[in-house]
Design a protein around this ligand. Structure first.
Ligand code: SIN
Length: 172
């Protein structure tokens, strides 16, 4: 890769840009959905109590909306380190309002060592409330994600239901 490339972000990459970028646009990728099914030992949890963060799960017929960043190829070295806890680069067609372009997305596959998988939403919410790691609390990750999705006018029932559950029980 030598030319600037689109990076599709659907989790923390949407709101925490510790990398330079040339352009940023709301975008979507078809066939995927966002789920809090990935363990985080290095950002929102620790080795003995990994937090829960988002990954993408294949979902034919659905679209995952997020934010795409046009970046120089040498930035991927930094991103590979940031996303090292089970995420791998995947090539993906990235769609904008008026165009599409090839892009890269970090996906933590169901076979990766840190994958936690599905659980009842109230259990996922309790898990998120409990955990924290070097990048902050797991609750802040969820709330920042929900806030960023609203800012981009993106609806995601899985994320918004978890936000409601976490906020409803926060002071109990
Ligand atoms: C992403 O944001 O695109 C990957 C998942 C994450 O870092 O939260």
């Amino acid at each position: 890769m030598t030319d600037p490339t689109w990076l599709f972000g659907y989790g923390s990459l949407m709101w925490r840009q510790d990398f330079p970028y040339i352009d940023a646009r709301r975008a979507y990728i078809p066939g995927w959905t966002r789920r809090f099914w990935q363990g985080s030992h290095d950002h929102r949890g620790v080795q003995t109590d990994p937090g829960r963060v988002v990954t993408l799960i294949e979902a034919p017929g659905e679209r995952c909306y997020g934010r795409a960043f046009l970046i120089e190829p040498d930035i991927f070295e930094h991103l590979d380190h940031r996303e090292k806890n089970g995420y791998e680069r995947n090539t993906v067609a990235t769609f904008f309002d008026d165009a599409s372009a090839p892009g890269i997305v970090y996906v933590a596959a169901t076979s990766n060592f840190a994958f936690l998988g599905d659980a009842p939403l109230n259990e996922i919410a309790a898990h998120i409330k409990r955990c924290a790691g070097p990048s902050g609390t797991n609750i802040d990750y969820l709330l920042e994600l929900a806030r960023t999705l609203r800012q981009l006018d993106i609806s995601d029932p899985h994320v918004f239901e978890l936000e409601t559950l976490v906020l409803a029980t926060q002071n109990i």
